[in-house]
Design a protein around this ligand. Structure first.
Ligand SMILES: [Zn+2]
Length: 381
C-alpha cells in the first residue's frame, strides 16, 4: 500500500503464506476423501509411505478390513515416558466440492481440514521434525486410526485392547488450542413397558402402556443424579430419542418402548447410575444398549499443565481446560487409566459445508507439539 506521501506503509494485516508443508500435506489428505473403507485405506497407504520416507519405523495393522498405522521414531528410548499422538484419518461424507481444498483469507477450506486432517498432517510433520533431534524427552508414537467418526471401535479401541498404551495421549480433535480434559460418559437404554389392550371406548378395562411409559420416563428423568451439573458442563444431557407404542386409534396400547441417550458427568459412574435406574423403576424392562466411560484428567496433571503453558506461550492466547459433551477416542484410553486429552488447532464448521482450519494455527500447532515433546515435565519454560 502506498500513502499520499509516497512511502510504503506497513500493512496491519499480513497475508498468510499460500503454501507451507502443513498446507500441502493437509490438502493431499483431504483429496483422499477418506469416507469409505477403500478410501481410508488408500489414505493410510499414503501416510505409511510418507512416514517411512521421513525416517519412521511404521507398523501397519489391519482390523475388520481397516488399516491402522503405528509410527515410531527410529531413535526411540524405551526408558522414557511414552506419549502417543492420535489422529483419525476418516472424515464424514460431503459434496464433491468439500474434497477440493482451497485457501482463502488465511483459511484452508475442505472436509477434514479442521476435523482432523490438519492436525494429522501436522503430527506427521512433528514426527519428521523429531527424527532430527537427539534430545528427546519422551518415547513418542504417532497412531493413525480409521474409524473415529463411526465410534472408534475398530481403531483406537482395538489398539488399547492390544496393549498400545502410553503415559499421556493427545488426540488432535478440533479444540481451538483449548485442552479438553473431561468428556461425558454415555448410557443408552431401551425401556419397554407392558400393559393390556382393550377397546378404546372402555379404557378402564385395559392398562395403557403408553401412559405407563410416560410415568416411567418422568421418574427416570427426575432422578437427582440427572439434575447435577459441574463447572465444565452447565447443562445436563438427557435425551428421549425414540418412542414406539400403540397400533390403532380405537385400542388401548398394550406395549410401549422408548430409547434414552443419557450423557453422564465425568464424576458419575455409568454402572452405578444404571443400577440405580433399575432399582428405582418397577414394572419396566430395561435393556442396556451402550455404556461408555467418561474422560476425567486431573487439572493438576503435569502433562496437561506443561501443554497449556506451551500453548499459551506460542499462541499468546488464554488457553483453557474444557469439557466435551460428546465422546472421542480419548475414552478408550481413559478406560485403561491413561490420561488422554483432546487438543487441536483452530478453525470452524466441522462436519459442515464450510469447514476450515486457520493456516497459522497449523503452524502454531506444530510448534506447540514440538516444544512440548522436547521439554521434560520438570523443566521450567
Ligand atoms: Zn474428529
Amino acid at each position: 500500500m502506498v500513502s499520499k506521501s509516497g512511502e510504503v506503509k506497513q500493512l496491519d494485516y499480513c497475508k498468510p503464506m499460500e503454501s507451507s508443508k502443513e498446507i500441502e500435506l493437509t490438502k493431499t489428505l483431504i483429496k483422499y476423501k477418506a469416507v469409505k473403507p477403500n478410501e481410508i485405506n488408500s489414505c493410510m497407504d499414503f501416510c505409511s509411505a510418507w512416514l517411512q520416507e521421513h525416517g519412521m519405523n511404521v507398523e501397519v495393522l489391519e482390523n475388520e478390513g481397516l488399516k491402522i498405522i503405528v509410527a515410531n521414531l527410529p531413535n526411540k528410548n524405551k526408558s522414557l515416558p511414552k506419549v502417543i499422538l492420535n489422529g483419525h484419518i476418516d472424515v464424514v461424507p460431503g459434496g464433491e466440492g468439500v474434497f477440493q481444498p482451497r485457501i482463502e483469507d488465511g483459511k484452508l477450506y475442505g472436509r477434514g481440514s479442521y476435523d482432523m486432517l490438519g492436525a494429522v498432517a501436522t503430527m506427521m510433520l512433528v514426527m519428521s521434525d523429531l527424527t532430527k533431534r537427539d534430545n528427546l524427552k519422551y518415547n513418542v508414537s504417532l497412531v493413525l486410526v480409521p474409524d473415529e467418526e463411526k465410534g472408534g471401535e475398530n481403531g483406537s479401541k482395538f489398539l488399547v485392547e492390544n496393549g498400545y498404551l502410553a503415559d499421556f495421549v493427545i488426540c488432535g480433535e478440533p479444540t481451538n488450542y483449548n485442552i479438553s480434559i473431561q468428556a461425558k460418559g454415555v448410557l443408552q437404554l431401551k425401556i419397554t413397558v407392558k400393559g393390556r389392550s382393550a377397546h378404546a371406548s372402555r379404557p378402564w378395562q385395559g392398562d395403557n402402556a403408553i401412559e405407563k411409559a410416560m410415568e416411567v420416563y418422568r421418574k427416570i428423568k427426575n432422578l437427582p443424579c440427572f439434575q447435577e451439573t459441574n463447572t465444565f458442563f452447565p447443562k445436563e444431557s438427557f435425551n428421549l430419542s425414540t418412542i414406539i407404542g400403540g397400533g390403532v386409534i380405537n385400542q388401548v396400547p398394550d406395549v410401549c418402548s422408548f430409547d434414552l441417550d443419557i450423557r453422564l458427568l465425568p464424576e458419575q459412574n455409568p454402572e452405578e447410575i444404571y443400577n440405580l435406574i433399575k432399582s428405582e423403576v418397577q414394572g419396566a424392562e430395561i435393556t442396556l444398549l451402550k455404556m461408555g466411560v467418561p474422560v476425567l484428567v486431573d487439572e493438576d496433571n503435569i502433562f496437561v499443565n506443561q501443554l497449556k503453558t506451551i500453548a499459551n506461550k506460542v499462541t499468546k492466547k488464554d488457553i483453557h481446560f474444557i469439557g466435551q459433551y460428546g465422546t472421542a477416542d480419548t475414552r478408550f484410553y481413559s478406560e485403561y487409566g491413561v490420561s488422554a486429552v483432546e487438543f487441536g488447532p483452530a478453525g470452524a464448521g466441522h462436519h459442515g459445508p464450510d469447514e476450515f482450519v486457520y493456516v497459522q494455527s497449523l503452524i502454531n500447532y506444530r510448534k506447540i507439539l514440538n516444544d512440548f515433546l522436547l521439554h521434560s515435565r520438570r523443566e521450567t519454560l
